[in-house]
Write a protein that binds this ligand. Structure first.
Ligand code: SF4
Ligand code: SF4
Length: 362
């Protein structure tokens, strides 16, 4: 397989976040502030990324604005020619910070919502008053003419509000709405029984999204990320392992996927020790599941192997204990029946309490 340069860099600047979402994609063992890499190291990573051919930088976390150097990093991204996106919970922002970020060159804001009803949203995020702040920020972003994506994370405790999420995105004048069903690794795997929706609820939400896509054509783009437990085939996770994107963690580890640390046995190079180009081309973690050589049957000879790239390695590992196994979300996997049964069982039993995401709570 020809190796092309990565398109995007997910820069997880910090794991610190005022919210405590029980589905957070950060690892269970969160990095403390003292373990974060420096501003200069991040600036070097951004410069190297641009040289390597990366086009988009996604500043993420945790909450990326918890780092006081966020302005400097956004400005540096602009200097080296990267299109910058801020993935934020919004609760640490105010008008002054927003103006400064836009002036520094920020191109796009992606604002996450826990629900569209304040009380439930604040309960899910474990942060009182968070929802109201998000609404304010969204309005301020659009008042300045900046690009806005509303990110709606859905699961069994808010899935009935999908139509309201769509209305909210229209009301906020967002250009894009991402309706993203929770993906089950990290904190979400720990909280799966509290989060996984029933097949019926999923089907209903899927129809609602399809209807809104038609109705709002030309006004709002709606992306839809399904939980593939009930699907026939898995999602093309990361568009293929080590194929188009790199993630750098707060401590500087370079990962082929933001959840890759859940796979034990992989070794990750650090941007403080190696160049990004070297990591992209030679790092053992990036090589491990790149292309097709690692595949076992039924993936190896499957006609869909260049469509879904064998699905998600982290999901395969979480469910089977082997990252090389066919993603159990695939109907061709021998474990698929077990996965669906488990999803049906958990989604119809009363939901347990959330285990909120906190440093040291794992
Ligand atoms: S998912 Fe929630 S807790 Fe995790 S980084 Fe985003 S806002 Fe913070
Ligand atoms: S067998 Fe493998 S490549 Fe084929 S559809 Fe399933 S996961 Fe994808």
């Amino acid at each position: 397989m020809t190796l092309h340069p990565p398109h995007s860099l997910l820069a997880e600047l910090t794991h610190r976040c005022p919210l405590q979402c029980p589905y957070c994609s950060n690892p269970l063992e969160l990095t403390k502030k003292s373990g974060e890499i420096s501003t200069d190291t991040w600036k070097s990573v951004l410069s190297q990324a641009a040289e390597l051919g990366v086009l988009h930088i996604h500043f993420s976390g945790g909450e990326p604005t918890a780092r006081p150097d966020i302005l400097e990093l956004v400005s540096h991204a602009r200097e080296v020619g990267l299109y910058s996106n801020l993935i934020t919970s919004g609760v640490l922002m105010n008008e002054g910070r927003l103006d400064a970020l836009l002036e520094a060159g920020l191109d796009h804001v992606q604002l996450s919502f826990q629900d569209c009803e304040a009380e439930n949203a604040d309960r899910i995020g474990g942060h009182k008053g968070g929802h109201a702040k998000k609404l304010d920020l969204a309005r301020e972003v659009r008042a300045r003419g900046a690009a806005l994506t509303v990110n709606a994370v859905v699961h069994r405790q808010n899935i009935e509000n999908v139509p309201k999420f769509i209305d909210l995105a229209v009301e906020l004048d967002a250009g894009r709405l991402e309706v993203a069903h929770v993906q089950y690794y990290g904190w979400a795997l720990k909280n799966r029984a509290a989060l996984i929706p029933s097949r019926e609820a999923l089907m209903k939400a899927t129809e609602e999204v399809a209807e809104a896509r038609e109705r709002l054509k030309g006004q709002l783009v709606i992306d839809y990320v399904i939980p593939d437990y009930y699907a026939r085939y898995p999602k093309p996770c990361m568009s293929g392992w080590g194929r188009v994107g790199i993630c750098v963690t707060p401590s500087g580890k370079a990962l082929p996927c933001h959840a890759a640390e859940t796979i034990t046995g992989l070794e990750f190079d650090n941007v403080a020790d190696k160049t990004l180009a070297d990591i992209w081309e030679t790092s053992s973690a990036f090589q491990a599941y790149r292309g097709f050589d690692w595949m076992e049957e039924p993936c190896r000879s499957c006609e869909r192997r260049e469509i879904d790239w064998g699905g998600c390695r982290c999901q395969a590992f979480a469910f089977t204990g082997r990252a090389e196994a066919t993603d159990p979300a695939c109907s061709k996997s021998p474990m698929h029946g077990e996965l669906v049964e488990l999803a049906m069982e958990e989604s119809t039993a009363p939901p347990p309490e959330f285990a909120y995401r906190r440093i040291g709570a794992a």
